[in-house]
Design a protein around this ligand. Structure first.
Ligand code: B4P
Length: 192
């Protein structure tokens, strides 16, 4: 089983590169952002509560996203592996993920970070906000708040996975194809 965590600040290209990795390796894509947006579009109670936080650029409570991931792992018992996109985002989520995978006799092979500076992030997210209508991508103040949430709560996960010798990083600026080539080299080295 090949389990990868794609890591990086909001707008780094995690969702974009996940699509390339799925096409290449047949992994199941678990994006907590997409799952939450799906709950919002279906008007569930969870979605209504999550929307308030997401629109403000804040993280959704750990227990909510850990429960969602646990359900998805149970629903995909035959998977060849998973790409975790936007999860874990806190140390509590990373520890919960390790425990969930351990109970299935599996583990994370690597966390791969996409390295992108905040000027480029803001530019990408505002552009997506214009095209997609995503509320959290339209306001520069909300985008800054998301980057602060990342710096305060998520960036520390690089050392969490580095301490397990599972941390890799690639330059996330450049063409989507050239970034994928760099990601792919790491994945090939992992499955050899
Ligand atoms: P997410 O949906 O995870 O969104 P993201 O971080 O903004 O996106 P990503 O990095 O995937 O960027 P993408 O490829 O789309 O989170 C949204 C919110 O959900 C969070 O703020 C939080 O409230 C909540 N949430 C989600 N997971 C959670 C968790 N685990 N715990 C708590 N709360 C959680 O790329 C962005 C843009 O850049 C796209 O338009 C793309 O086309 C463009 N792009 C990509 N690569 C490019 C390149 N190489 N060059 C130019 N543009 C590029």
């Amino acid at each position: 089983m090949l389990n990868l965590v794609l890591f990086g600040p909001p707008g780094a290209g995690k969702g974009t590169q996940s699509q390339n990795l799925i096409a290449a390796y047949g992994l199941i894509h678990l994006s907590t952002g997409d799952i939450l947006r799906n709950e919002i579009s279906q008007g569930t109670l969870l979605g209504t509560e999550a929307k308030k936080l997401m629109d403000e650029g804040l993280l959704v409570p750990d227990a909510v996203v850990i429960g969602m991931i646990s359900n998805k792992l149970d629903a995909n018992k035959e998977a060849k592996g998973f790409i975790f996109d936007g999860f874990p985002r806190t140390v509590a989520q990373a520890e919960a993920l390790d425990n969930l995978l351990k109970s299935k006799k599996a583990s994370i092979a690597a966390m791969i970070a996409l390295d992108v500076d905040s000027v480029e992030l803001e530019k990408r997210l505002l552009l997506r906000g214009k095209n997609s209508g995503r509320v959290d991508d339209q306001n520069p103040e909300i985008i800054k708040k998301r980057i602060v949430e990342y710096t305060n709560k998520t960036a520390v996960l690089a050392s969490f996975y580095a301490s397990q010798n599972k941390f890799y990083s690639v330059n996330g600026i450049g063409s989507i194809d050239s970034i994928f080539d760099d990601l792919n080299k790491i994945v090939i080295s992992l499955i050899k």
